[in-house]
Design a protein around this ligand. Structure first.
Ligand SMILES: O=C(O)CCC(=O)C(=O)O
Ligand SMILES: [Fe+2]
Length: 319
């Protein structure tokens, strides 16, 4: 992909249009591999902290966009009716990682120890995101100042607004083998691209037109990249935002599972509307920041009056 091989470009565009998810081989990048090893120690060390120490950084204390902080198990709706989620997670905002000028949200000390790893991880994902967006922009015949890259905070808050990109670490509780468990509900990601790293299986996608969930196993040295709502909406649904969830394995349950993600989102004032639509009419339309807030309400549910409108995976506009 880095060398813009025509074969790799065709594979990427095809995956973005049809599957909404693809593997990205990083096995040759020694720097990235050692950074991932360090990020794994950060993730494990972080979740090994005392519960009350983690709860001190509760994500819901730090603003509606949930860019920093800890989400305990059970705060979101689970994947099976009547259940709550079965994972804890911790978000760190891109600006808190890369910006040397302003202050940052309160965070456990272990984050400071691993700041060089967080920086390396973030800049690696941003560089990959830049390449992917540039290939997808070419496919949409966008050029000059009007590209998908220009709508994102790459390298950092180019829009002048605080970035909504985050690093997220997740830990799923062990599930026994007796029945299928779905610790993370089916959803599409709210942003543009998600880079996901996990060592153990559990991720499933619902391919378009299918009623059967399909496991997408992790591959050594590779990232899984998926397309989120924003790229799908901006591209008039040319790119597919894939519905996914985490589930136990039939008859095998799920071991304690860790995953790590970088979530790329457009600049916060980006209008969630097809780029080829009339840019003059923004009144009454959602910005990317509004979209994220509404989507969180759905994940946190029930009790949201927007549930019917903004269900994960449903259309944002039109029919
Ligand atoms: O943990 C995983 O494998 C999936 C995580 C995910 O889909 C998310 O955090 O949006
Ligand atoms: Fe996701």
């Amino acid at each position: 992909m880095k060398a813009r091989s025509l074969k790799e470009i065709a594979k990427l565009v095809n995956a973005a249009q049809n599957d909404g998810i693809f593997y990205l081989d990083l096995s040759e990048d020694k720097g990235a591999q050692s950074c991932l090893t360090n990020m794994k120690s950060l993730t494990r060390g972080l979740f090994a902290l005392e519960t009350r120490d983690k709860e001190y950084y509760d994500i819901d204390k730090f603003g509606e966009l949930k860019l920093n902080g800890y989400k305990p198990i059970g705060r979101n709706v689970g994947g099976i009716k009547g259940t709550r989620d079965g994972f804890e997670s911790y978000a760190v905002g891109q600006d808190d990682i890369l910006s040397s000028i302003s202050g940052h949200a309160p965070r456990p000390q272990i984050m400071d120890h691993h700041l060089p790893d967080l920086e390396h991880f973030t800049t690696t994902c941003l560089s990959l995101a830049h390449d992917i967006l540039s290939i997808l922009s070419d496919n949409l015949c966008m050029s000059g100042e009007h590209t998908l890259q220009s709508l994102h905070d790459i390298p950092q808050s180019e829009s002048g607004e605080p970035s909504m990109n985050i690093v997220r670490m997740l830990k799923y509780i062990h599930c026994d083998e007796s029945t299928l468990r779905v610790p993370q509900q089916a959803h599409t990601d709210m942003g543009s691209l998600t880079f996901l790293f996990a060592d153990t299986p559990g991720l499933q996608i619902l391919p378009s037109g299918s009623t059967d969930w399909l496991y997408v196993p992790p591959q050594s040295g590779m990232a899984l990249v998926n397309i989120g709502d924003a790229l799908s909406v901006l591209s008039s649904r040319r790119f597919h935002s894939v519905l996914h969830r985490v589930a136990s394995l039939p008859g095998m349950g799920m071991e304690e599972r860790y995953s790590l993600a970088f979530l790329l989102r457009p600049a916060r004032s980006t209008i969630m509307w097809p780029l080829e639509g009339d840019p003059g009419i923004s009144q009454g339309k959602y910005t990317c920041a509004d979209w994220m807030k509404m989507k969180f309400e759905v994940l946190r549910g029930p009790g949201s009056n927007k549930l019917d409108y903004i269900q994960p995976g449903k259309e944002i506009h039109g029919a």
